[in-house]
Design a binder for this molecule. Structure first.
Ligand code: GLC
Length: 469
């Protein structure tokens, strides 16, 4: 079995969010399970691509409307545990950032055309094509209905929805960017009067997966306009919980944290990281440290953070640390709060992989009050590092965290993304911290939970097998 994953992100090559972590880990675990999985992604000009060597293995031209672009398929020489191919398109993809350019529609459409042109020209075809999110959403449509890809029609396709909030819509005036297709199928591209690559993929992929079972259920009620479509396609949808790369996220071996530790040495190990963070940010090391790591966007509940932290810091003897970037207004409000709570609170605006690892190791609690959380990986990283997650019961958070008040519990859960609910959970956390004996016991329990990819990688393999004729 030869699986080709198509994605806009892949860790450690280019990462914006959890998508990169999943695409960067899943194929590694699948290859260990006896199948052959590969990744193809765009070639961005970033620190990874600048410092790595590639072989050019294919060259061609593609047309997008009236424009012609030369492209190359490069193969990464370094071994990441699976082969990585990259599409280099001069003038479109050869930029530093992954997203947020005005011509993202053109960039990702050209990327998908280049991938299929290469697949079409390859002697050995993939057994199955696995697409991730809307940036690869035209692939199932083009394979089924574009005239030039007729030879790829019988290859099964899987779409994994990592986040249905982003759909990549654009107007029908750009329909001629797509390669010539059976015009009776135009309706498959349409959702609400626009061309919608995520909707097209939901309609055309042979099977759909979401990154947690609860997220799949929630999507028929809340999917940014695609609710009825997802409900309609339920019979070909499965929720498969993401795993984490337990080689990258391993407190016993992690080179990015101050001191490595195991379940046995967690107390002393975490203390070193906590002391370091407290020194760096001027916090009192004897108080419980609550942290947030992630994008500062509405979905994560970030617009409420300034109010939540204000109230929580006023009412509890705790420290709060934020690492993230996103909404500019939220960033500014979080920065402004520092003046009110010197020595208790800090917002580090930006992203820093090293600091993130140190925060997982050095914090007592991790906050994830998300409004939407298709899976969430941070709560699983926190568990592995013995940091107690405080989460809203939604999506993958609901599927992975049990409240300490419930049987077998090890986290703190609340129902809604509101100032009141989150503050109440923080208060519960602060109280729980005072009972150090119980706190340390639960911390060890968290570390022992296995969220590695092994189980989920098997579920994907079973799904692939069920689709291959
Ligand atoms: C997206 C989702 C997140 C999920 C990740 C990987 O970033 O927002 O919940 O964990 O994709 O699937």
């Amino acid at each position: 079995m030869n699986i080709l994953n198509i994605s806009a992100e892949c860790f450690p090559i280019a990462k914006v969010g959890g998508l990169a972590d999943v695409v960067g880990a899943l194929p590694k675990y699948q290859n260990n399970s006896g199948i052959s999985a590969k990744v193809i992604m765009p070639y961005y000009v970033n620190s990874f691509t600048k410092s790595n060597a590639f072989d050019a293995i294919f060259k061609n031209k593609l047309t997008l409307g009236t424009k012609v672009f030369k492209f190359q398929i490069l193969q990464l020489k370094r071994d990441l545990g699976y082969p990585v191919y990259m599409v280099k398109i001069k003038g479109l993809l050869d930029r530093e950032q992954v997203y947020s350019y005005e011509d993202d529609t053109e960039r990702f459409l050209a990327f998908q055309i280049a991938v299929l042109d290469w697949v079409l020209a390859s002697k050995v075809k993939p057994t199955l094509i696995h697409c991730h999110d809307h940036h690869t959403g035209f692939v199932p449509f083009m394979m089924s209905h574009a005239k030039k890809y007729k030879a790829l029609k019988e290859i099964p396709t899987v779409l994994t929805i990592h986040n249905a909030q982003y759909q990549g819509q654009f107007g029908f005036e750009k329909v001629n960017y797509l390669p010539d297709f059976d015009s009776s199928k135009k309706g498959l591209l349409n959702w609400d009067g626009q061309i919608n690559p995520l909707a097209a993929a939901i309609k055309c992929a042979w099977h759909i997966t979401t990154v947690s079972p609860s997220y799949l259920k929630e999507l028929s009620k809340k999917a940014n306009g695609l609710e009825s479509l997802l409900l309609n396609e339920k019979s070909k949808s499965t929720g498969i919980l993401n795993g984490i790369d337990d080689k990258v996220w391993d407190p016993e071996k992690d080179a990015l944290i101050s001191k490595n530790y195991s379940v046995k040495t967690v107390q002393s190990g975490k203390k070193v990281s906590k002391n370091k963070l407290c020194k760096q940010f001027g916090f009192d090391k004897n108080k419980p440290l609550f942290s947030f790591i992630g994008r500062l966007v509405y979905e994560k509940g970030a617009n409420l953070f300034p109010d939540i932290f204000y109230k929580a810091l006023l009412n509890n003897d705790i420290s709060i640390l934020v690492l993230g970037s996103g909404d500019k207004k939220v960033e500014a409000n979080l920065k402004a709060l520092e003046a009110h709570f010197k020595g208790k609170y800090n917002a580090f605006i930006g992203y820093d992989e090293n600091l993130a690892h140190e925060i997982y190791a050095g914090s007592d609690f991790l906050l994830m009050p998300s409004r939407v959380e298709p899976c969430g990986l941070n709560q699983m990283y926190a568990l592995r590092y013995g940091t107690i997650p405080i989460v809203r019961r939604v999506g993958g958070l609901k599927d992975t965290i049990i409240d300490i008040g419930d049987k077998g519990g090890f986290g703190i859960c609340h129902e809604e993304t509101t100032v009141k609910d989150v503050c109440f959970s923080i208060e519960r956390g602060a109280l729980f911290y005072e009972n150090q004996k119980e706190f340390r016991k639960i911390r060890k329990k968290c570390m022992k939970i296995d969220h590695s990819w092994d189980k989920s990688a098997q579920k994907y393999i079973s799904l692939y097998k069920s689709l291959i004729p």
